[in-house]
Design a protein around this ligand. Structure first.
Ligand SMILES: *Cc1c(COP(=O)(O)O)cnc(C)c1O
Length: 348
């Protein structure tokens, strides 16, 4: 059990004192067609988007609740995970005072958001197997450490963190542990969403941008205790998820077979791509992946990256990331795209 976690103590005073904006749709939520809505200064002529969207996105949350087995009270939605992460910073980290822990090599947005919000970053590099150094992390944290970011499966390395390490960190960290599960739907590991009730200091973020095929609509998901969700709801912009995004998400979330089929195909293609990469003579290491991308070490990442660009193939050069010298990150594409990639890799 997590000891000494007190949400009230780690919430910023300005957020506790805040009187949240109350929108017309917050104050009255009617859903009868017979009602006359003259409360929000909207244009009354129907075109599909002339009304403000549901500020609490009840229909989208209802579907997510069913799919993920979580109460809607434990869900907050944002304009991409990026907005969700920014809300978490602004709720819990006092500028020029608090710090957050990140474990490089990892997703770049944690440090960008920390910089934007004037929050110090304590970096503890992952070990040689890209696993968290649990003891080193717990020795580094201090009373100003508010957030610990665990990206699992991790971007750009592709591996999941060991469950025992994650639970030890949640148990012993006095701030909030944010597990970024952007790639969880490609993994066989169980989501930490199922364990929210055990950990009052846990936030799990997911997204519709990867496995669900909706990077363009910008929908990020935050799962946490009701108490944490209430804090975040105080500061979120009232209409942060637009009507078109909500409509599109509802259609796609109902089409469970399509998503399952696409994930299956991506995983099959990932295996084929790994086999093909093993046969490329300048590839020296292929890292295990629980995600829809593969990190591989080559002889000269920048040279290979440029050669692929010349052939019209764009991948990600990760050579400047700590522990990732001469690595390239390949997103798994459609079978036709992967075929072109493999042929090109062999030819250069
Ligand atoms: C792609 C990705 C996201 C998704 O961010 P969105 O803003 O929801 O598109 C989040 N975290 C990680 C680690 C990612 O790689």
């Amino acid at each position: 059990m997590t000891t000494n976690f007190n949400l009230n103590n780690i919430t910023r005073p300005v957020i506790k004192a805040l009187k949240p904006y109350s929108s017309a749709r917050d104050e009255f939520q009617g859903n009868s067609d017979a009602m006359v809505f003259l409360d929000a200064n909207e244009n009354p002529y129907e075109n599909g988007v002339n009304r403000y969207p549901d500020p609490q996105q009840r229909n989208v949350k209802g579907l997510l609740s069913e799919i993920k087995g979580v109460s809607t009270k434990n869900i907050l939605l944002g304009n991409g995970s990026d907005e969700v992460l920014d809300l978490i910073f602004r709720a819990f980290c006092e500028p020029n005072q608090d710090n957050v822990i990140t474990l490089p090599p990892t997703y770049g947005m944690y440090s960008v958001l920390a910089n934007i919000n004037a929050i110090e970053i304590q970096e503890i590099q992952l070990d040689a197997h890209f696993q968290p150094k649990v003891d080193a992390i717990l020795e580094t944290v201090n009373e100003k450490s508010k957030l610990l970011f665990l990206c699992s499966p991790n971007n750009p390395t592709g591996n999941s963190f060991e469950a025992a390490s994650i639970s030890k960190l949640i148990d012993n960290f006095k701030g909030i542990v944010v597990i970024d599960e952007a790639y969880i739907d490609f993994s066989n590991e169980e989501s930490w969403v199922s364990r929210l009730a055990e950990f009052p200091n846990l936030i799990v973020t997911q997204t519709l941008s990867k496995a669900y095929g909706m990077a363009g609509i910008r929908l990020g998901i935050c799962y946490a205790s009701e108490a944490i969700i209430s804090v975040l709801n105080r500061l979120k912009p009232p209409y942060n998820v637009n009507e078109l995004t909500q409509q599109k998400a509802i259609v796609q979330l109902q089409n469970k077979e399509l998503t399952a089929q696409q994930i299956k195909s991506i995983l099959e293609e990932r295996s084929l791509l790994i086999e093909a990469l093993k046969k490329v003579d300048y590839v020296s290491e292929i890292y295990p992946s629980d995600a829809n991308f593969i990190l591989a070490k080559v002889d000269d990442a920048t040279k290979r990256y440029n050669q692929l660009i010349e052939k019209g193939i764009v991948i990600r050069n990760r050579t400047t990331q700590p522990g990732c010298e001469n690595t390239l990150r390949f997103t798994v594409g459609r079978p036709d795209e992967n075929k072109i990639l493999i042929e090109t890799l062999k030819s250069i």
